[in-house]
Design a protein around this ligand. Sequence first.
Ligand SMILES: Cc1cc2nc3c(=O)[nH]c(=O)nc-3n(C[C@H](O)[C@H](O)[C@H](O)COP(=O)(O)O)c2cc1C
Length: 382
Amino acid sequence: MSKQSRRSFLRIAGSTAVVVAASHYALTRHPATALEPWQQAGQSYTDPKMRALSFAILAPNPHNLQPWLVDLKTPNQITLYCDLERLLPETDPFNRQIVIGLGCFLETLHLAAAEDGYSIEITPFPEGEPGATVDRKPIAQIKFEKNQSSPDSLFKQVLTRRSTKEPFDPARPVEAETLAILHQAAMPYAVAHTSRDNSQVQQLRDLGWRAHQIEVKTPRTNQESIDVMRIGKAEIQANPDGIDLGGVMLETLNHVGLFTRKQLADPKSNTFQQGLDLYSKIHQTSMAYLWLVTETNSRTEQLAVGRAWMRVSLAAMAQGLSIHPISQALQEYPEMKTTYDELRALLDIRDSQRIQMLARLGYGPQVPPSPRWPLVTRIVSP
Ligand SMILES: Cc1cc2nc3c(=O)[nH]c(=O)nc-3n(C[C@H](O)[C@H](O)[C@H](O)COP(=O)(O)O)c2cc1C
């Protein structure tokens, strides 16, 4: 392009008409139906179980696969199952993270029911814990009882809670008092540990970044993420789950062949490199860390960790603090083993104990909600 034509192009691109047209186009790319469950929560139902469930489906969960399925055939009771089609066998071979996500679902259900004056009694694994992988047996049985259960102020954050997968403000530290609130929030269900110590934070930044590179440079674990990516509005609306990559920029780049699944799988491509650059920045701007530890690794403890994680996330939101789980170093596959052991040594974890969640903390931008399948699609048909 000549200097003259570049100037004319910039003039046209900057003209009001083009800016209005571009912002109008941006609005048309908004995946509105995929986000409807966030607007509909608590709105569309009078039945207390359905009301509470409409919030529970907004819980955080690995790769947003939403592995929950509920059976409502017994009055005043919900039986929770894991959808065995919604697992991550490469990065989560023992379904440990999946069970934690189901625990997040249970805690959200509990908070939403309490808001309506119901207490719920949760029996984890009523037919026994699953073994090495989850199975068809129920994850939990939940009984509803009207008894003026008192609301929990954490519920206020259920609709604003997000996992903030963004760089954080490097000039804004996380105060010790803020971390103390997170410890308190986790307390009923798991022990939270935190660090804002400069040298340990730097070690965790470096370790998290290395673990990220192992995951994306191991073809089968990288491919597992690529397989659940939804690029652009049409894909997001067709499957409101997985890793949603929306917005005008990514959708346009995808259409012109500059942001494709093939490139994301190819460590030599520019797209792959740009992903690495972004994640390097994400890891290097972590301002503090939080991790949740259990004494053993029972399925019941994993479920409890999910409840703790949900509470920690809500408490963080209430403080205006951004929170981002980074699970790579905790993943149980051979290529990660050395980094996993290194993390355990760094955090002084005893042999029998397990780190169940690791998250970076800091102050990041506000991010939009992630898509959800409507509640009706998560109910087991009679
Ligand atoms: C057990 C568990 C592990 C997770 N691990 C990661 C992770 O390693 N990296 C990440 O970006 N998000 C992670 N997440 C966050 C999910 O990706 C997120 O909850 C999901 O995409 C839905 O988005 P939302 O939390 O903003 O509603 C994890 C969540 C859970 C419950």
